[in-house]
Design a protein around this ligand. Structure first.
Ligand code: NI
Length: 138
């Protein structure tokens, strides 16, 4: 673990009150841990903005009876095979499937794959969760 640095800062009372509320509501034991995580969240966003190598998950729900959709989704993943680490498939009902695709690669490629999946007819919902390889977060 790195050496700890102490810092003090000045913010308006109402903003401080909001901070205290957020810390309590989120269940953090102290303000420092909350601020560390805020900084990490911002760093992750920056990684995505700067098109660095990132990690993410694409979660989708789709109707597998929709003509050629399952094949199309497999084709898309093969086309992006360098980014797709693993795919988990769950049969939700007779008709509906859910998949979680763990992806790693340059941010714009991950975003493109997520967009293509989202646009397929028969995909009822999909969402990209943006996270980090963690290299710059400790
Ligand atoms: Ni299924």
């Amino acid at each position: 673990m790195s050496d700890l640095v102490r810092l003090s800062l000045s913010i308006e009372q109402p903003l401080f009150d909001q901070l205290e509320k957020l810390v309590r509501k989120s269940g953090y034991v102290n303000r420092s841990e909350f601020v560390r995580d805020l900084i990490r969240d911002r760093l992750v966003r920056t990684e995505w903005d700067k098109d660095e190598e990132v990690l993410g998950t694409i979660t989708l729900v789709y109707d597998h009876h929709r003509r050629q959709l399952a094949e199309k989704l497999i084709d898309l993943q093969h086309h992006h095979h360098t980014a797709v680490l693993v795919t988990t498939h769950v049969h939700l009902t007779q008709h509906l499937c859910a998949e979680v695709i763990l992806v790693r690669g340059r941010a714009h490629l991950i975003q493109k794959l997520a967009d293509l999946i989202h646009q397929q007819k028969g995909v009822l919902h999909s969402e990209l969760s943006m996270t980090s390889t963690g290299a710059e977060l400790h």
